[in-house]
Write a protein that binds this ligand. Structure first.
Ligand SMILES: NC(=O)c1ccc[n+]([C@@H]2O[C@H](COP(=O)([O-])OP(=O)(O)OC[C@H]3O[C@@H](n4cnc5c(N)ncnc54)[C@H](OP(=O)(O)O)[C@@H]3O)[C@@H](O)[C@H]2O)c1
Length: 223
């Protein structure tokens, strides 16, 4: 299967995802605004996962490598990114992991997004020819980096294209002990992002890294 492209894969979240996906046997390509930074991140993943298939390059160069593209840049970086890559993201399955949060006076809150209620909906509006799935927002980079420790919990994902959701669910299911939970409509991204802010506030208060778990959802979701 084609590689998973991670735009912003040099940051802790993107690199952590690259690490876990590579360990699960996926081919990954790391994108950056700077080729040397991408190559350094790829080398670090290769060192941690011997035999991994990892590519690297500038963001615009790596896009053709795969149809599944993770956007792992900060919220503030989305607008400039879209300005240069909008056309090249057409037709892709875009995995949105962005948590539009900011910390003020020690409290994490959601950033206001003009005109829409979530980053997921913003991306789908700006990328009408892409299929956006919001997912993995609640999986901290700190946990992803600890390759020897299995991840725990449920990964809630949402998007308006059922096939795209199923593709991302299958990807999440490749990460040992993580359970994908298909929440349906992309409009759920606003709650997923709010939940992430709560999760960060809990982690600051308890000095821990809480995961999200939804016991009681044993049967497949209805359409
Ligand atoms: N950290 C977490 O625990 C966590 C958990 C869940 C979700 N997330 C979300 O995942 C995304 C990445 O998180 P992170 O902590 O890895 O973020 P980060 O370190 O701030 O940024 C990730 C990468 O994005 C690129 N970038 C930074 N500013 C940019 C800009 N203005 N335009 C384009 N690219 C830019 C940089 O790569 P280059 O300089 O190499 O281009 C950077 O290494 C964020 O949206 C965050 O909300 C993070």
């Amino acid at each position: 299967m084609a590689a998973i492209v991670i735009i912003g894969g040099t940051g802790p979240e993107g690199r952590g995802l690259a690490l876990r996906l590579a360990a699960a046997g996926e081919a990954v390509v790391i994108g950056s605004r700077d080729r040397a930074r991408a190559e350094a991140a790829a080398a670090a993943v290769r060192a941690a996962v011997p035999g991994a298939t990892i590519g690297a390059g500038e963001n615009h160069e790596v896009l053709p490598a795969g149809d599944r593209v993770v956007l792992a840049v900060p919220f503030e970086g989305l607008a400039p990114l879209l300005a240069t890559m909008r056309d090249r993201l057409a037709g892709k399955l875009v995995v949105d992991v962005v948590a539009p949060v900011r910390v003020r006076d020690g409290f994490c809150e959601l950033a206001a997004i003009p005109g829409v209620a979530s980053v997921g909906e913003l991306l789908q509006r700006e990328l009408p020819a892409a299929r956006v799935v919001s997912a993995l927002k609640n999986v901290p980079a700190h946990d992803l980096a600890a390759l020897g420790t299995p991840l725990e919990g449920d990964v809630v994902l949402c998007g308006d294209d059922a096939e795209a959701r199923a593709t991302v669910a299958a990807l999440v299911a490749r990460l040992p002990r993580l359970r994908p939970l298909d929440a349906g409509h992309l409009r759920n991204a606003r709650y997923l992002e709010a939940l992430t802010a709560l999760q960060i506030n809990l982690s600051r208060r308890y000095r821990a890294h809480p995961s999200v778990a939804c016991p009681g959802l044993a049967t497949p979701a209805s359409a």
